[in-house]
Design a binder for this molecule. Sequence first.
Ligand SMILES: *Cc1c(COP(=O)(O)O)cnc(C)c1O
Length: 417
Amino acid sequence: MLETPFTYRDNIYHVEDAPLDDIAKKAGTPCYVYSANAILSRYKAYDRAFGNLPHRVCYAVKANHNLAILSMLARAGAGFDIVSGGELYKVLRAGAGPANVVFSGVGKTAAEVEYALEQGIHSFNCESEAELALIDALAGRLGKKARIALRVNPDVDAETHPYISTGLKEHKFGIDIQEVEEIYQRARWHSNLILDSVSCHIGSQLLNPEPLVAALDRMLSLIGRLRAKGIAIEYLDLGGGLGVPYRPTENAPSIADYITRIRNKVEGRNVTLMVEPGRSLVAEAGILLSRVLYRKKNGNKEFIIVDAAMNDLIRPALYRAHHEILPVKRDPSRGTVTADVVGPVCESGDFLAKDREIANVFPGDLVAICTAGAYGAVLSSNYNARTRAAEVMAAGNGFRIVRRRESYEDLVRLEKV
Ligand SMILES: *Cc1c(COP(=O)(O)O)cnc(C)c1O
């Protein structure tokens, strides 16, 4: 188990060696705070666990696309899994080379495919025959060859939240594993495609690795069948999906155990194994730091109103996701309170916690909304014309602002009357 970068020292919550009240003073609130070493150590846990099996760890950029995170991972040797032209642009701006970039997603546009071909990315994870035809045509026009993996739907139940489960027939993602062999056969007619890869991604926040292992077994048999038909598969991309504990009572599989399990099945099969972790690299490395504005009571119900809202962190409203909320200054003598923790946005769905027993915090106190490094800042919006939060990267006892808080001017920059 990798250690958390967030700990109490003398009853002050710290990120690595930096006290979070200092960060709030410099960066303001609400702000996201990330630990550089937590992200790096998780990336290295993946990389190390593969041992000398040929592999690539492609960070799923959609979990958090802050340039500071991308450039740090690029320097550490990571590849990247992107789902849009914008993500490719950010990855390249962060200094990463295109050679370790894979392009996933069910709706790539012609402009995005062209951009990726021109940049020379490693491969496309394709979701339909029509997409194959488009990539083949655009590659031909540009005089390039495009490496293709079909994204297979292995039809295993990821046993996760319905919005983040993707590996069943009923989902929009992937191509049915029953149909995929014929599509590879037909795709041989496309002369600008290199057909040497298969991919899948069955869902997110998997706390049980068994469905991932089951998907791997199905993918390995598929590779055997494709090879028997003369389609020489060299790359197997198993996608992301490893979960993290959002509650103290939850247990997630360790990165090392999970990778060791799948490595053992792939050893000797003559494939380069790729994974696309997003959440498991960054979720536990980040918090959302917020200040209490007010307390109020409606009847018997307590509300703690904080300066962060659903536009900053939508996971509780969208998935009813649980995020622990901890006081930055711990004072056990104050006891606890059971309350809804809510933001200033004018929606009843604007809550960060419901009926939660948390430390008895008061206006002016700082709170850390935990495990917010993944699918937090990237899903933020300007709803209610709220300026997006600052983002801070901490390492050791230092930290810097890696995305400044938006200004009111930023809110109108792209508009005209
Ligand atoms: C979202 C996504 C990932 C990352 O999933 P995590 O659960 O964050 O690890 C990887 N691959 C694809 C294709 C995705 O859509």
